[in-house]
Design a protein around this ligand. Structure first.
Ligand code: HAM
Length: 420
């Protein structure tokens, strides 16, 4: 039996875990300022849901699904969700909101699963923080989504760049699709295996092919095919971004790997992550609610790759240190120590009660290891005199403090910046 983790799956420990939590906390604060409320949806759904939304010819569905047949009578095929959007749309329709109260703003956070080839920043289980907004067809909503990511960038102190594109709508997109299809057919012999295979079913994927880069660059561009409404929508998104001071470039090859997009698409790039540089992505999906059986309601959203964003942050920022290491020497002192530690924690201090039964030297070594600024030592003698020894571990100085004063004293000391 091999007790190792699966390829592409990660154990995230201590500072690394805290950096993920910090990105999540920060993202929650940002989107709540935009009046977006949380939705929690299942990790398992019917495979069909993803086939009908993410798209049967998308890499995600065609090659990367974790799917299995359930042991129920109907032998339903289930899949671990590769992304959050389809589940949120399903939940929205299932709750009847598309008809009763269509304008909704949701965020979600949690694990997604894609059987991709693992590399730095690309995992088989990863976490997304996503936002989906329903019932808003206006360009301001697309711009607002990017503003949320820009606020997160600012709050985390990161440098990110925005790439945007428009894929057109039901009116103009078919013309664009046809142009790319004809272009692909004309260059069939030069296309990579993947592009050739899916050309007839999903020609637009040719544009973001990582192999046929030259062909993709010379392919027809959606900008040249947009109808007047789509052109105006895109121009407004760009103006609003410029007004808000969000620099962005138009990337005509940004067609995205999922099938439901219409009009605006965008990706957010960090140079700090390596080859997997897209830390967030999203766009408009105006036809999706209807195609999954709901009313004709507009939708737009994004998802942030939490793992990638955390990689872009300096993990050293998230190493946490104890304020106090509490060493109780002997059984009666331990009982007093438990109480003191509880009082200190209630005052907001970060306290580790050290293992009893070890010598003072070993305890001080542990205190040093957990980066504690202060050690509080209680032995039999201190107990009978109702004092503790308070040791400043940085300055190697110690003094006695009355037990009833120690919590307040530590509160004062820990509020001051440490002397390096
Ligand atoms: P996506 O581009 O497939 O879009 O994924 C969004 C983000 O998730 C990516 O930019 C990346 O940061 C992260 N991500 C994707 N795959 C992996 C992986 N294997 N390992 C680590 N991170 C990964 C969506 O999923 C859409 N649902 C976004 C959306 C929401 N569009 C509209 N609403």
């Amino acid at each position: 039996m091999q007790l190792t983790r699966l390829r592409g799956f990660q154990d995230t420990i201590a500072a690394q875990a805290r950096s993920l939590a910090a990105v999540e906390d920060c993202a929650r604060k940002v989107v709540e300022r935009h009046n977006v409320g949380e939705i929690r949806i299942p990790v398992l759904e019917r495979l069909e849901l993803f086939q009908h939304s993410s798209g049967e010819t998308s890499d995600v569905v065609e090659k990367q699904m974790y799917a299995f047949v359930d042991r129920d009578e109907a032998e339903t095929t289930l899949a671990l969700r590769p992304e959050g959007t389809p589940g949120v749309v399903r939940a929205y329709i299932e709750a009847g909101m598309d008809r009763s109260d269509p304008e909704q703003r949701f965020y979600y956070v949690g694990p997604m699963f894609r059987r991709e080839r693992p590399q730095k920043g690309r995992f088989r289980q990863f976490s997304q923080f996503g936002v989906e907004i329903f019932g808003r067809a206006d360009a301001a909503t697309d711009a607002e989504l990017m503003l949320m990511i820009d606020e997160l960038r600012r709050d985390l102190g990161l440098e990110l760049s925005f790439e945007i594109n428009s894929l057109g709508d039901g009116e103009c997109r078919p013309r664009f699709r046809q142009a790319v299809l004809e272009y692909g057919r004309a260059h069939l012999a030069e296309l990579c295996e993947d592009c050739r295979q899916r050309l007839e079913r999903n020609p637009l994927r040719l544009l973001d092919c990582k192999i046929d880069v030259k062909l993709a660059e010379a392919a027809p561009k959606s900008q040249d095919y947009l109808c007047d409404n789509c052109r105006a929508h895109f121009a407004t998104v760009r103006e609003l971004l410029t007004d808000a001071g969000v620099p962005h470039v138009v990337n005509p090859r940004l067609v995205r790997g999922l099938d439901y997009y219409s009009r605006t698409t965008f990706e957010v790039i960090s140079t700090a992550v390596g080859a997997q540089s897209a830390v967030a992505a999203g766009g408009r999906y105006d036809g999706l609610v209807e195609s999954l059986g709901g009313a004709a309601v507009a939708g737009t959203g994004f998802a942030i790759g939490i793992d990638r964003l955390a990689l872009a942050l300096d993990a050293a920022r998230f190493v946490s240190r104890a304020d106090v290491a509490l060493a109780a020497l002997g059984e009666p002192a331990m009982r007093r120590g438990m109480k003191l530690a509880a009082e200190m924690r209630a005052a907001g201090l970060r306290v580790e009660l050290l293992s009893p039964g070890r010598g003072l030297k070993a305890l001080l070594r542990r205190a040093d290891k957990i980066g504690a600024r202060y050690a509080v030592i209680v032995g039999d003698q201190e107990l009978s005199r109702e004092v503790v020894v308070l040791r400043d571990l940085k300055q190697s100085m110690q003094r006695e403090v009355a037990q009833h004063e120690i919590v307040a004293e530590l509160g004062r000391l820990c509020a001051e910046p440490a002397i390096p």
